[in-house]
Ligand binder design. Structure first.
Ligand code: ADP
Ligand code: MG
Length: 703
């Protein structure tokens, strides 16, 4: 058996965390840094120098040779440039290790090749990375040795955000400020900070590395572009399950160990619905830390999979017809006193605050459903959202029976006097019912579900960063809180005003509540009747980023400027066009160089067989019929290939932007589907030995 792990001993051993800083930094420096972390105060260079020095010493003890400003440009992944600690050699020929405060707090990567959507052209060519001291630095060990990773934000010279981190931090400010206003109204004068808590559950597939390398589509696009369904699909066979388990288990053990060392609280792991699909969830953390940790998780899954002779597929839909992968984004609001604002609480007083928070969230999600949907848009996610998969593209909120009943009472009678399950009756006119915690059940089809003391946003794609969704959530809820506070702070009779407001919000936004089956066709019609947007593709979703409503919302809370939003929309159109272009070209390549040649060879074998069987005087009808069928599909394949070649050329020649992205979506994508169909039919009837790549069955069941 492999070595056993002592979690307590290794957890966070490669993190420059609070305990390490307290132990290693001079008292005053530690205090200054804490102040900066807690209050957002600026750090002076002298203090930064001391921190940098200690950080370097610590990292070198861990074996680090390099440091990197680790940042999250708008590519969906992370970027880093490594610098070694060595400084110019001394006369003696020896080198010194150096790392200054300036190098810690600010970096200047060659930013020109990161997407900026025209921002840098208009402002300034350079980009800067700035230390996000609220997310701890860590040492990462891999084939490159050990590297000190410093989480940073990435901005242009004039401060425009070129990354995910900057707006996320800004949105955390916004929700903090408005949440504090709200809890003050309910008499909390002691809490100093409210932080969004996020727990992101990561789904992924594992396939054998050797088979992966035999598929160009997986190599270039992360998903299969051809592939007939195996005889066995979703229903997992116990035998297969048994055989994969040890290999996967030893992979998971290593993943956990690596993550724990980097301070990532890997908590739950299990097999998912589809064969070869799994999930990993950490314990929730502050939103910006959770976003960083999710990136670390994705990187670690990939790296460790390679070490185990496997490949980790993070794509939202690696296999057509098989369950896709997402990332459930669990979200709540926590005060620095440890209170969760989404916890219904024990007393009616807490319940009132909770019901206000809840109805504000309903209002926020209802009013900005399209924006929330957009936050989860990426090319891969088009295969989940709006494609009869979990969850549907329509944003709705699942509350569970008890909460829904409370809202119904509020709406119909103006007051809620009892709650289901507890059956407890409250007397006072304006009193709201006692709510029991964790009464919602597990509606798996809802894109936005209340699960006891948090909301779970399930639209985010498995490969995407969770930053965008949390930026939107934080900001729209901050705005709803602000609007409520504007009214309530002026109210003469607070109790009556808050009661009326809860009722008003519940009534006005009840249409967003849906507890039924989100996959059902009836829901699509019902949602249309309710006027809820059903945005089926990324290209259709992007415009929500730049409506006047969105722009004024984000500008009001200083999360995004108009220019930043416009640049983001532009980048998204480009990303979409690029993704589909790569997929189309990969299909063209595979069809022209692998599939068609293989079929041609196979038809030759068949034709030879037909001839020799005929010469031998036997019945050759089966061979002839098969040859006919295959030749027909081959002709169809060639025709579809020619169309795809032509449309892809047209698309690639277009100017970058919305029209090009739409063309890829409306014309190129259907041409890809048209090519795939005859090829998948061929795969079903052609000799397996003749097929030029591993099948779905090979990939999913033989890990
Ligand atoms: P499930 O989705 O099956 O209900 P859990 O409730 O255990 O699973 O948690 C899923 C994720 O939600 C985990 O990452 C967990 O840490 C996180 N989570 C739990 N409570 C909260 C909370 N109050 N706020 C944000 N995330 C939370
Ligand atoms: Mg979940």
């Amino acid at each position: 058996m492999s070595e056993l792990i002592n979690i307590a001993e290794i957890f966070g051993e490669n993190v420059f965390d609070d305990a390490t800083m307290q132990e290693r930094l001079p008292k005053k420096v530690y205090k200054d840094l804490k102040k900066m972390i807690e209050e957002g105060k600026e750090l002076d260079l002298a203090t930064a120098d001391v921190i940098a020095h200690e950080m370097k010493e610590w990292a070198i003890e861990k074996g680090a040779t390099h440091y990197t400003h680790w940042f999250q440009p708008l590519t969906g992944t992370t970027a880093e440039k490594h610098d070694s600690f060595i400084s110019a050699p001394m006369e003696s020929g020896k080198v010194l290790m150096s790392f200054s405060g300036k190098e810690l707090i600010k970096g200047e990567p060659d930013a020109s090749s990161f997407p900026s959507g025209g921002l840098r052209a208009t402002f300034e060519a350079r980009g800067y990375t700035a230390w996000d001291c609220t997310s701890p630095a860590f040492v990462r060990k891999d084939a490159a040795g050990a590297t000190l990773c410093i989480p940073t934000a990435f901005c242009s010279y004039t401060g425009e955000a070129l990354d995910q981190k900057t707006p996320l931090l800004r949105s955390m400010e916004a929700i903090n400020e408005q949440s504090l206003r709200l809890i003050r109204l309910f008499g909390n004068n002691t809490a100093k900070k409210v932080t969004p808590s996020v727990g992101a559950e990561q789904e992924y597939f594992l396939v054998d590395a050797k088979k992966f390398h035999e598929r160009k589509d997986l190599i270039y696009t992360g998903r299969t572009l051809f592939g007939a369904m195996p005889p066995k699909g979703q229903e997992l066979d116990d035998h297969y399950f048994g055989t994969i388990r040890q290999r996967i288990a030893s992979f998971m053990k290593d993943v956990n160990e690596e993550l724990w060392k980097m301070g990532v609280t890997a908590k739950t792991q299990h097999n998912e619905v589809a064969p070869a699909q799994h999930e990993l969830a950490p314990i929730y953390a502050k939103a910006n830390v959770a976003v960083d940790h999710n990136q670390i998780i994705m990187q670690t899954l990939k790296r460790v999979a390679s070490e185990h002779g496997m490949k980790c597929l993070l794509h939202e839909k690696p296999f057509a017809g098989v369950n896709g992968s997402g990332k459930h984004n669990n979200w709540s609001l926590t005060t620095d006193e440890g209170k969760n604002l989404l916890d219904p609480g024990r007393t009616p007083h807490e319940n009132i605050q909770f019901l206000l928070v809840l109805t504000c969230i309903l209002k926020a999600v209802d009013e900005h459903a399209a924006l929330l949907r957009e936050s989860a848009a990426d090319p891969g996610n088009d295969h989940r959202l709006g494609a009869n998969e979990a969850p549907p593209a329509i944003v709705s909120v699942f509350l569970g029976e008890q909460l829904e009943d409370v809202l119904e009472q509020l709406i119909t009678t103006g007051e809620a006097t009892h709650s289901l399950n507890t059956g407890k009756l409250q007397t006072g006119v304006r009193t709201l019912p006692d709510l029991a915690k964790d009464t919602s059940d597990r509606n798996r089809t809802s894109p936005f579900a209340f699960t006891g003391n948090k909301f779970e946003f399930r639209m985010v794609g498995s490969r995407d960063s969770v930053a965008a969704s949390n930026i939107v959530l934080n900001t729209i809820v901050a705005d709803a809180f602000a609007q409520a506070c504007d009214i309530l702070e002026k109210a003469e009779d607070f109790e009556k005003a808050v009661h009326d407001l809860i009722k008003q919000y519940a009534t006005e936004h009840y249409r967003i509540v849906f507890n039924g089956n989100g996959y059902a066709d009836e829901w699509i019609q019902e949602a249309a009747r309710r006027g809820l947007p059903n945005i089926r593709s990324m290209v259709d979703a992007i415009p929500a980023l730049v409506t006047e409503d969105t722009i004024s919302l984000f500008e009001k809370y200083h999360v995004f400027t108009r220019a930043e939003l416009e640049s983001r929309a532009e980048i998204k159109y480009e990303n979409y066009a690029k993704a589909i272009n790569i997929e189309a070209r990969t299909m063209i390549d595979m069809a022209s160089k692998q599939i068609i040649p293989a079929i041609i060879r196979y038809t030759k074998t068949l034709a030879d067989t037909v001839n020799s069987v005929r010469e031998a005087g036997a019945d050759f009808s089966v061979q002839a019929q098969l040859l006919g069928q295959i030749s027909e599909l081959l002709a169809e394949t060639k025709k579809a290939l020619d169309v795809l070649v032509k449309e892809t050329e047209t698309a690639a020649a277009m100017e970058e932007g919305e029209a090009q992205a739409r063309f890829y979506h409306d014309t190129v994508f259907p041409a890809m589907e048209a090519l795939r169909a005859p090829v998948d039919s061929l795969e079903m009837i052609v000799d397996k030995e003749a097929w030029p790549m591993p099948s779905y069955g090979d990939l999913m069941f033989e890990v």
